[in-house]
Write a protein that binds this ligand. Structure first.
Ligand code: GTP
Ligand code: MG
Length: 207
């Protein structure tokens, strides 16, 4: 079944900008939702799942696939931003510095950024690098939603435990929405709910 909220994601979507440096960003126009998280957590796959595409965004088994900020125009309604992963031990120091500088500059200063989705692998839980990212987002006053990924890999009991742990960990984080979402890009679990959360945050259904 396609709902009203799904329709915002299922029209024409296209990649329109890749930014490697802080002064490379596209003009701030439409509302933006950014996807952040450790390398390989499933950011690019989640954007494909949200827009019902298989290959709009490149995904890979090898961590460090996404190396720039990639901007996708979603049906001319809003913009989804795929970010490079953090916590990737094998990347060179120079690369890591450049990506981090880029992400910080973007997350701190972007007037059109309305929501950051921070993805956490449901099998591994929150890591110190995730907490650093949450800190940066709360300092920048960016509303944040936590998304547990790859739930197809775990049992129902493990899902409940993962949510409980996360809720506990974010109690003292005022910019973070208190309810994490469980998602799988493979089975589409939680995809309609995430679409609805984005539509709600951006106020797209308001008249
Ligand atoms: P970087 O760009 O390197 O930071 O990675 P990313 O966070 O964009 O991850 P990506 O979407 O490229 O996915 C990484 C790997 O995880 C790929 O092999 C995907 O097929 C796999 N993957 C992504 N989402 C899911 C999911 O929901 N379930 C399962 N089982 N695997 C997934
Ligand atoms: Mg990626």
């Amino acid at each position: 079944m396609t709902t009203d909220t799904d329709k915002f994601f299922l029209g024409e979507s296209r990649f329109f900008w890749g930014a490697e440096k802080p002064d490379d960003l596209p003009p701030a126009e439409k509302a933006e939702v950014a996807f952040a998280g450790r390398s390989n957590v499933g950011k690019s796959s989640l954007i494909n799942a949200l827009t019902n595409r298989k290959t709009m965004v490149r995904t890979s088994n090898t961590p460090g696939q996404t190396r720039q900020l990639n901007f996708f125009n979603i049906g001319d309604n809003f913009t989804l931003v795929d970010m490079p992963g953090y916590g990737f031990a094998k990347a060179s120091k120079t690369d890591i510095k450049q990506w981090q500088g880029m992400m910080k500059a973007y997350l701190r200063g972007r007037v059109t950024l309305r929501l950051a989705c921070v993805l956490i692998d449901s099998r591994h839980g929150m890591k110190p690098s995730d907490l650093e990212m949450l800190k940066l987002l709360s300092e920048s006053a960016v509303p944040t939603r936590l998304i547990l990924t790859k739930t197809d890999e775990i049992s129902k009991a493990e899902k409940e435990a993962a949510v409980e742990k996360l809720v506990e960990a974010i109690k003292k984080q005022p910019a973070v929405h208190p309810v994490p979402l469980l998602t799988s890009s493979k089975t589409a679990e939680g995809i309609p709910e995430l679409r609805a959360a984005i539509v709600e945050t951006l106020g797209l259904l308001r008249v």
